[in-house]
Design a protein around this ligand. Structure first.
Ligand SMILES: [Zn+2]
Length: 303
């Protein structure tokens, strides 16, 4: 594994471009309740990436493995927490497009974006950017975390170990800084998790409420988590991190050989128009077409 920050441009130039896998974490600096730091999503993305890279190194796949520094912001709507670095969905889309445009112009044929932030609009914006760049340069980028976070709706089997399966059944909708993320962080570095996390209250929210920022902000206010942080433990964290890394490993292999990777390209909500970055523009476009058609009709009819 090589960090591009430690490489020269001549080394980038000399890479076997179609035999290179370039990984990029794209996740926010964002509050994670009282007990965890702002960088949780970035720590998770980089950890899953490193573990996946380790698995690829052990396989017989003969690829150069490169990492980029993380892009430390994301689309988000949570308000009232100092430290949050959220930007608009359009900004995420533009930044992703411009970065992918560059990596494609270097000749890299496999850029894998690890968008380790569950917000659908963030994931969809990056997927839209991949679609655009793939159309322009030929297939060269994938962002598989949208499919990971919506595995159930897409019918993707993530092969959860029994302990995880049981927790997901008993304590579902653990959306943010709950038992899932807290456990994963305990495994990454328990010194980054404040010891009194077990005293935090459970905060429950329905999945359908998650698309209404006002409802989310009301539930999350004062704390900054949605779910059950008190139930976290390191053993679960180990399983969670290993499971996510195995998914990234599997998708990367499928993408590298261009086989059965398509189901990992989009979030289940990708098809919903109002969650897309270009929704307003498309609505205006349709509106203009209708108005123009009416004007032309009236002009032809009554001239
Ligand atoms: Zn998070």
């Amino acid at each position: 594994m090589k960090d591009i920050l430690k490489m020269t441009w001549k080394e980038i130039e000399a890479l076997p471009k179609d035999k290179t896998l370039l990984f990029l974490t794209f996740a926010p600096v964002e509050e994670h309740s009282h007990h965890m730091p702002l960088g949780v999503d970035i720590f998770l993305g980089d950890t899953w990436r490193n573990k996946a890279i380790e698995m690829i190194s052990k396989s017989n796949l003969d690829y150069q493995l490169l990492t980029m520094p993380p892009i430390p912001f994301a689309q988000g709507t949570v308000e009232g927490f100092p430290g949050n670095l959220h930007v608009s969905q359009k900004t995420v889309y533009r930044v992703a497009c411009e970065i992918l445009n560059k990596t494609a112009s270097w000749g890299i044929k496999n850029t894998i974006i690890i968008a380790s932030h569950g917000e659908p609009k963030h994931l969809i914006a990056i997927e839209e950017a991949c679609d655009k760049i793939n159309k322009k340069h030929g297939l060269c980028a994938i962002s598989p975390m949208g499919a990971f976070f919506s595995y159930d709706e897409l019918g993707i089997d993530l092969n959860f170990p029994v302990e995880m399966e049981e927790m997901l059944k008993k304590y579902p909708k653990d959306f943010h800084a709950g038992w899932i993320e807290t456990s994963a962080m305990l495994d990454i570095d328990e010194n980054l998790v404040k010891k009194d996390y077990s005293n935090l209250p459970d905060i429950k929210i329905e999945e359908k409420e998650m698309i209404f920022p006002k409802k989310v902000n009301k539930k999350i206010a004062g704390f900054g988590h949605l779910g059950y942080p008190r139930l976290a433990n390191k053993k679960l964290g180990e399983l969670i991190n290993k499971n996510a890394a195995e998914y990234i490993y599997k998708v990367t292999l499928a993408f590298a050989v261009r086989q059965d990777f398509e189901k990992y390209q989009h979030h289940s909500l990708h098809k919903i128009p109002f969650l897309r970055t270009n929704f307003t523009r498309n609505v205006l476009r349709v509106f203009c077409i209708i108005i123009c058609s009416i004007i032309v009709y009236i002009w032809i009819r009554y001239k």
